[in-house]
Each structure stands twice: as C-alpha cells, then as structure tokens.
Design a protein around this ligand. Structure first.
Ligand SMILES: *Cc1c(COP(=O)(O)O)cnc(C)c1O
Length: 366
C-alpha cells in the first residue's frame, strides 16, 4: 500500500521542487523550506547579535532538539548530546570509553566500513555476527550462543546498513546483549526517521541529514548513565554548526507532526513499491526481500557487469536522465558486500510514475 496521499503531499509540498528525480534519502534527504529558513534565520541572528549571544538565545530551542531526539532514541534528554555526524558520535563515544586495546567487538554482518576503521583505531578486535539468511539478517540463536560462550566487550549493531536496505532485528539483539550483560551500541544513522529506534541500547547514535532530512553537519549520541566514567553532557562539541542544530529541530518537529509510525509505514511501502517496480528491469535484481520494512532498495547489476560499470550507470542516470541514486561500493560494508550496487532510497513523495521513470532510465543505461 502506498503512503496515504496526504502524507506524501505534506512531505512533497513542504520542500522546494527538486531539479531532478531525487531517490537518494539514504545519502542526504531533501530539507523542507521551514528547515532552510530556520537555518538561515539563525545565521542571520549570528550576524546581527554575535554567534555566542545567538547561541545563548537559542538554548531553549537546542534543549528541545535534544529532548525530541532523546524521545525517538529511547533515552533521557540529559543523556543526549549533539555531534557533527554519526561517525563523529562513534569517535567521541570510543574516545570517552577507552576500552582496553584487544577487546572484542561483535559487529553486525553488514557493519559500516568507516565504523570498522574507528574500532581499529582504538585497537579493538572485530568479529562479525553470524547471519540467518543470504541477505545478512543476524542469526539470533547463534548470537545467543556466542554471547553465552564467549561474551565480547561490546556488541555493535548497524540497525540498517549503508549498502543494503536490510533492517536488523535490533530490539531482539539489544535484549540478548543486555541479558548477557554485554553493553550494546546501535548505529542508527540509516534508521532514525525510517524505522523505530527506541530500543533501550546502552548507546545509540545517528545523523540529521538522511531520513529526517535535517541539515548536514549535525549528528546525535545518546548514552545510558553509568556506561562511561565521564558525564555525557561533556561529550557535546561546544563549537558547532548551531544553525544546523536549530534546523534539525524543525525537521524533528515536522517528523513528529506527521507521526513517526505513519512515516515508517509509508517508507516501508515505498520500499516495497520500488522493489516491485524494479526487480528484473534490464537484468538488474533487487537484493532485499520484497517486503523488507525499509525504503532502501539495492540493485545488483546484470551478469558480467563490473563495479566500474555500475558507477558509470549511476553517473549516466544522473547526467543523462536526471535521476539521483547512489552507487554503493564494497567499502560501505567490507565484511559483507562483494560488489558495487545501485542504491535507490525514495522518501514519502516518490510516486509510481517516478519509479517507472527510473525503470526506463535504467533500461536505457543498460
Ligand atoms: C551514513 C552512515 C553513517 C555515517 O553517518 P555520518 O553522519 O556521515 O557520519 C554511519 N553508519 C551508517 C550505516 C551510515 O549509513
């Protein structure tokens, strides 16, 4: 079922007309006019009254941003800080945590490549969870057994990956890890604004610009009290893109007004429609099961294509056909991905005609 027309209309009419067919929310969502004006209004205030005065005046708005994020992430406002991005949130967390080098991190099968680099930076030893199927859902029985036999120092789960629209059973993973007494951290960069993210993890982090369609350069980290030896509030960067944080507040208000559970259902419906429209087009195959509850679809190329060929197809789609998607390389999930795929990530406003247009363009570039 497509999202109710009023939901799609509300989302579409709230933002500037796109110059191309934008099916790339997993990279960066399209911000609304209200978000853009909140950002520019704060920049203007900075120029008129001084950046620090403007920030002090905006303190109540920033408190509301933290509180709204805390609500969506299932943490308390005072345990939630603003960062510059999801990856910077993970860096801040690991720096404050100082796990002994050599500690084991049990990660999701499709763990995000740049996260793996952060674990390596702190000398942590990565092991991947076993998968239950060919698309990489975590095998919960194997996880339970692994946690009992050899508890790692930390479980780290990418709720939704960057390379594939597979939604991990994050709530179940959190319950299993906590039952085993192992701290669990969730990367919700692709999950926030997309699927339910209030999971009760020990720490969770995410980004503004993807499914919430807030400004770039803003992220969030929430940490359960007692996990770290330092107070969470101290982890927030003082020098920051305050205007972007204010803009995120508006994106959050819009998301909450639409009702997150309706947005999640609408996005899952877009994912299903995308997979139904595209699977088999000119020999491209969708990787995700048709009913995977996410809006992200990846397409594996026809037999014989190289990774470079997929990158070229992505460029041709944009330059020659005005369609924006991502070519998602192996670096995004080096433990799992074996080839570059096209990633299609529509938001609520994508129509059946849009998906037809992508299918025609895909045929043309194949
Ligand atoms: C985009 C992404 C990140 C990084 O988010 P930034 O805000 O760019 O740092 C982390 N994890 C996953 C799964 C992502 O898709």
């Amino acid at each position: 079922m497509p999202p109710p027309p009023e939901l799609a209309d509300a989302w579409r009419t709230a933002r500037p007309e796109p110059d191309l067919l934008h099916l790339d929310s997993a990279a960066a969502g399209r911000s609304s006019r209200a978000v853009l004006s909140a950002v520019t209004a704060h920049l203007e205030r900075e120029a008129r009254t001084g950046g620090y005065v403007a920030a002090a005046q905006a303190a109540p708005e920033l408190d509301r941003v933290r509180a709204d994020l805390a609500g969506l992430l299932g943490h308390a406002p005072q345990d939630t800080v603003l960062t510059e991005s999801a990856v910077s949130a993970l860096s801040v967390l690991l720096e404050a945590w100082r796990l002994p080098p050599g500690s084991t991190v049990l990660v999701s099968p499709g763990e995000y490549g740049p996260n793996l680099a952060r674990f390596a930076r702190w000398g942590l030893v990565v092991e991947a969870m076993a998968t239950a199927d060919a698309v990489g859902h975590v095998d919960l029985d194997a996880l339970r057994a692994r946690l009992a036999a050899r508890p790692p120092a930390l479980v780290h789960l990418c709720h939704l990956g960057s390379h594939r629209g597979v939604v991990q059973p994050a709530a179940e993973v959190v319950v299993l890890a906590r039952a085993a007494g192992v701290p669990v951290v969730v990367d919700s960069a692709q999950a926030l604004g997309h699927v339910d993210t209030a999971l009760g993890a020990d720490a969770v982090y995410a980004t503004s610009r993807k499914w919430l369609a807030g400004p770039r350069g803003v992220g969030v980290l929430a940490v359960r009290p007692g996990l770290l030896d330092v107070p969470t509030a101290g982890l927030e960067s003082a020098e920051a893109f305050v205007a972007g944080r204010i803009g995120l507040g508006v994106a959050l208000a819009e998301h909450l007004a639409l009702d997150p559970s309706r947005v999640h259902a609408g996005l899952a419906a877009r994912g299903r429609a995308t997979r139904e429209a595209l699977d088999g087009t000119a020999g491209w195959r969708t990787v995700e099961p048709v009913d995977e509850p996410s809006a992200t679809t990846t397409l594996a190329p026809p037999v014989g294509w190289t990774d470079a060929g997929v990158e070229t197809a992505q460029q041709q789609l944009r330059v020659e056909h005005g369609v924006l998607v991502t070519s998602a390389g192996v670096w995004r999930a080096p433990l799992e991905a074996t080839r570059t795929v096209l990633r299609v990530s529509p938001h609520l406003d994508a129509t059946a005609e849009d998906l037809d247009r992508l299918a025609r363009a895909l045929t043309a570039v194949s």
